[in-house]
Design a protein around this ligand. Structure first.
Ligand code: FE2
Ligand code: FE2
Length: 272
């Protein structure tokens, strides 16, 4: 008989695995046909936009730094600084790749053209979080705002964190690309990003369950929120890649018509 915690971890991971497979399919569909240099550059620049927005968190880091050991926990503070560094490193890797592809430097405007908040930030004015070029990314911000107002905010935010990187499927799929020099360089960059994103997303499930799942009602709400967020995250991924999947195919993935992704297992789960 499995405990509530074990079942919760399994059921939440199953939702991540369904949608991570969907995100991998977006990447495969994009690379299924030849792409122009501009299409490739735009795709990478849209991914850059979801990494570089974290530079805005530096303002939070400064505020929290002043409060360190008073209202701010030292470990939570280190985690914030590490995540800012991780995301900016992802941004820099991808920006260097686009410059290689174009054979010239990006202007500041081009580098940040698709900047958009990947996580709703209640401390930042909404107009700074949206990007008019990215309707699905904006819809994600609206969805999170709406759900964290309707349900317990900290719980909703904790579920949202599990969706980071969309289960890692897109990054993992991209890290296996080969066939030409762009694909190989993109694969190397995505291979370096994927490890961070898996830590930022799927590997947080166990800790989430321990902290937040007390009973069946908690689990039911977590599953409903996770499904809703992941469904929108898949649309965001599709938008980054120039929408290679149709609305019909996205709906089929929502219904589970897809082979689930093999999620990485946390170290303690590896059988002896
Ligand atoms: Fe990232
Ligand atoms: Fe991340």
């Amino acid at each position: 008989m499995s405990t509530l915690a074990e079942r919760a971890e399994q059921e939440l991971n199953a939702i991540l695995a369904q949608y991570a497979a969907g995100e991998a399919e977006v990447v495969r569909a994009f690379f299924a046909r030849p792409r122009s240099r501009d299409e490739l550059a735009d795709m990478v620049r849209r991914q850059m936009g979801r990494e570089v927005f974290c530079v805005g968190w530096l303002e939070r880091a400064v505020r929290q730094g002043r409060e360190l050991e008073r209202t701010v926990d030292r470990h939570a503070f280190v985690e914030l600084l590490e995540q800012i560094a991780d995301e900016l490193r992802h941004y820099a890797l991808l920006a260097d790749l686009v410059e290689w592809l174009l054979g010239r430097q990006l202007t500041a405007e081009e580098a940040r053209e698709y900047e958009v908040y990947a996580v709703y930030d209640p401390d930042v004015p909404l107009e700074r979080q949206y990007n008019p070029r990215l309707p699905e990314a904006n819809a994600m911000i609206d969805l999170l705002r709406e759900l964290r107002a309707r349900y317990p905010t900290a719980f909703t935010d904790a579920v949202m964190r599990l969706t980071e990187g969309g289960g890692g499927g897109a990054f993992q799929e991209a890290s296996g690309l080969a066939g030409d020099e762009f694909r190989e360089r993109f694969a190397r960059a995505m291979g370096r990003i994927v490890e961070d994103e898996i830590e930022h997303g799927p590997l947080r499930v166990r800790g989430f369950v321990q902290q937040w799942i007390r009973d069946e009602a908690d689990l039911a709400l977590a599953k409903e929120l996770l499904r809703t967020f992941m469904a929108q995250h898949l649309r965001v991924r599709n938008e980054i890649y120039g929408s290679p999947l149709s609305a019909e195919r996205l709906a089929a993935i929502d219904r589970g018509e897809i082979t689930p992704w093999a999620l990485p297992t946390p170290p303690s789960e590896v059988p002896a």
